[in-house]
Structures are given as structure tokens and as C-alpha cells.
Design a protein around this ligand. Structure first.
Ligand code: MN
Length: 405
């Protein structure tokens, strides 16, 4: 039997550790600062960040000055040819025979910021298991899956204004819920997380023009982890007929690192089996999912592990559907996949499903929970497993603060 191929290695030792999220095969983009210094763009490698603005100032890279910006939007807008150029140049500079004088900063000395200015945020509902389980809880097994669900990606327009980066504390919301004798004003009693993957749109589309699925995939720059914090008691009272509103507007946490589509390409995979034929504008020529391990933790304890390849609708299909009315898409648009849940309890991407809307409990470090308590910290994780390396997403955490009653 031939030996497994030796993966490409970097002159940065930590990047060659098989358990490191950021090997030379990954090269995810983020925005960082040091001390009170300005925000600028960087790429994670091992336990270091490549200072891309400094690289460009030295003439090592050419991105039209966009890496000195406090967000990645300007770089992303340069387009796919430039993304590929920068990626291959960075691979060369970071390889074992690369440039050992590259401007680097120790990740531990930096603050990580929102990697993009979020143009708009749309959240979908694309895991069959999740849609069915939640449908049973809210409407019973007869009407669990709405009739259009297997024919189109269902979504709602979320709030870009409340998207925050990993590590930001989240305030428990106050709101209106259904009470015994009418509406009640209360601190949310059923605060939940949603494990999701978000696609970052990397190119504009024109108003009035549809986008084919193939073209849609070419428009995606990369992916990051996304926690769609959800107030289930507020949601249950408000969601009909126009969908979630304040139950989802409190906050959405995303990871600090955007893993590029190029880094995930070797892990391309099919998704869930299809129930029925779909209209031509949504058909994919090749599978649009990734073999990507995903999960979440509560106060450091792993609660769930699932995979992105359980999903029914890919990001490219979601983008194509989003633009089908002629709605223009923009660089920096964030498309949440929808909660990612496998069939079993330890593969569920939300407490709503795991506890049957609070009917059962889960155990976390010896304590019981139905939903998230004040002081709890939720973390998401994600990685694609290669041979001798892994493409990781880094942290996506948030701790809950008590409500301002
Ligand atoms: Mn969601």
C-alpha cells in the first residue's frame, strides 16, 4: 500500500501540529489589532497572524492597499482571481523554503474583531432534521415540515446590526411572551443557541438579475461559524405569520476567521438525500456541501457533534434562491445555513430540540439545564479533517449576561 502523502509543511512550527486549526492548507482571513493600534487584515497560521498590511507595505503582496482597512470587504471585492493570487503567494511565503522575515504577530498578543462589515444578514432553515424536530414541537408531527420546505430554501431577513464577533458577551433579552391570561413582560426564560455555518458573499449581483447556482457558488468567498442566539419563548408568541423577529434580533455571534472556499475544496461532499425533484434554477451540477465536523460546547463540555453534510440546501442554492426575485446580493452579505442537526440527540444544534422545548434536561458538568442560564458560555467548533492536518475555524463563543429588567 502506498504511504499517505506528506502534507505540505510551514516554517512556522505550530502550523505543522496535526491538531492545529491553522495549518498552511487553511490560511483563513481575519481582522486584528495589537494594543491600541489600528485594525488591519491578517491570516492565521499556527499560533501566529500574518500582518497582511505590513506584507503589502513591504511589497510582498499586492491587494491594492485593501489590507490596511479595518474590515475584509474591500479585499474581498477585488474578486476571485485576486483571492487565488494572494492564496498561492501566501502558501509560497509560508512554506518551509519560504520567507522567514515575513511580518508576523503572536495571536496571543492580538485582539480579534469582526472580520467583515456585515452588509446584510439572512438566515436559512436548511437541516431537514432540525426543521422536522422544531416543526413537531411547534405544530405537531402532521404539519412538521411545511409543504414548500423540500422545494425551496426557507429563510428570513435578519439584522446585520446585531452581528458580533466571538468573545462578545450577550445580554439576555427582555420581551413579550404568551402568558396564562395574555401577554407577559419578562426576561427571556428559554434562551437558546443555534449551531450554524455562515457563507460570506464575495461579489455583487445586479438588481433585477437572477444568479444561477453555479455562478452563486463562484460568488462565495468563504465560511465562518455562526451562533444564531434565539429567545424561544418570545419566538413562539411572535413568529406567525411573518416568522421570527425580536427572538432573533438580540444578537448573532460569528467566528473571527473566514475559512476560504479554496481551503474547503478538498472536503467537498454531497448533502442529505433529496425527497423530490426540484425546479431547474436550484439544481446543482456537483455536490455543494463539505465534510465538515461541527459541534457546540456549554461551559467547556461538548454537547453535540454533527456534520455540515447533513444539510438539504447548500449555500449556493440559498444564494441563487435569494436572488431569484432580482434581489441584489452584496459583498459582505452573511448567509446563515440554518441550524445544523443530525438525527440523534447528541447531534442536535439547539437546546430546543435536545430538550424537547424544555420537557427534558441535559447535564452540563454535573448541573442540569433545559435552556441557557446567566453566566453560561456557549462555544461552537468546526473543522475539516485532512490527512495529517485539519482545516479549523477557531473559536465562536459567547457568555450570557443577566437581563436588564
Ligand atoms: Mn437560525
Amino acid at each position: 500500500m502506498p504511504a499517505a502523502p506528506t502534507p505540505l509543511r510551514s516554517w512556522i512550527a505550530a502550523a505543522n501540529d496535526a491538531a492545529c486549526d491553522f495549518p498552511i492548507q487553511n490560511l483563513p482571513y481575519g481582522v486584528f489589532s495589537v494594543g491600541g493600534g489600528p485594525r488591519r487584515c491578517g491570516v492565521a497560521i499556527g499560533d501566529m497572524i500574518v500582518d497582511l498590511a505590513a506584507c503589502e507595505a513591504r511589497g510582498l503582496l499586492n491587494a491594492g492597499g485593501t489590507f490596511a482597512a479595518p474590515r475584509l470587504n474591500d479585499f474581498i471585492a477585488l474578486g476571485r482571481a485576486r483571492w487565488d493570487q494572494i492564496r498561492s503567494r501566501l502558501t509560497q511565503l509560508l512554506a518551509e523554503d519560504g520567507d522567514h522575515s515575513l511580518p508576523l504577530v503572536a495571536m496571543a498578543d492580538t485582539t480579534l474583531h469582526l472580520p467583515i462589515r456585515v452588509t446584510e444578514f439572512t438566515d436559512f432553515y436548511a437541516s431537514r432534521n432540525h426543521a422536522y424536530n422544531v416543526g413537531v414541537l411547534f405544530r405537531g408531527p402532521e404539519n412538521a415540515l411545511p409543504p414548500q420546505w423540500t422545494h425551496m430554501p426557507i429563510g428570513y431577513n435578519g439584522r446585520a446590526s446585531s452581528v458580533v464577533v466571538s468573545g462578545t458577551d450577550i445580554r439576555r433579552p427582555m420581551g413579550q411572551v404568551r402568558g396564562e391570561a395574555g401577554p407577559e413582560w419578562t426576561a427571556c426564560r428559554r434562551l437558546d443557541l443555534e449551531l450554524e455555518l455562515a457563507a460570506i458573499v464575495g461579489a455583487d449581483s445586479r438588481m433585477g438579475e437572477r444568479v444561477g447556482v453555479e455562478a452563486a457558488e463562484q460568488m462565495i468567498f468563504g465560511y465562518t461559524l455562526l451562533n444564531d442566539w434565539s429567545a424561544r419563548d418570545i419566538q413562539a408568541w411572535e413568529y406567525q405569520p411573518l416568522g421570527p423577529f425580536q427572538s432573533k434580533a438580540l444578537a448573532t455571534t460569528i467566528g473571527p476567521w473566514i475559512v476560504t472556499q479554496a481551503a474547503l475544496e478538498p472536503f467537498r461532499s454531497g448533502g442529505a438525500p433529496r425527497d423530490n425533484d426540484i425546479l431547474a434554477y436550484l439544481r446543482e451540477e456537483r455536490p455543494g456541501f463539505y465534510d465538515l465536523n461541527l459541534g457546540w460546547t456549554m461551559n467547556g463540555q461538548q454537547m453535540c457533534r454533527t456534520n455540515y453534510n447533513v444539510m438539504y440546501w447548500s449555500s449556493a442554492q440559498q444564494l441563487a434562491h435569494h436572488a431569484v426575485s432580482g434581489c441584489p446580493m452584496r459583498v459582505g452579505d452573511l448567509l446563515g445555513s440554518g441550524t445544523i442537526s443530525g438525527p440523534s440527540r447528541d447531534q442536535m444544534g439547539a437546546l430546543l430540540e435536545m430538550t424537547g422545548n424544555g420537557k427534558s434536561t441535559v447535564t452540563v458538568n454535573g448541573e442540569t439545564r433545559t435552556f441557557i442560564e446567566d453566566g453560561d458560555e456557549i462555544g461552537l467548533f468546526g473543522f475539516a479533517q485532512g490527512q495529517g492536518y485539519r482545516i479549523g475555524f477557531g473559536p465562536c463563543t459567547g457568555r450570557i449576561l443577566p437581563a436588564n429588567g
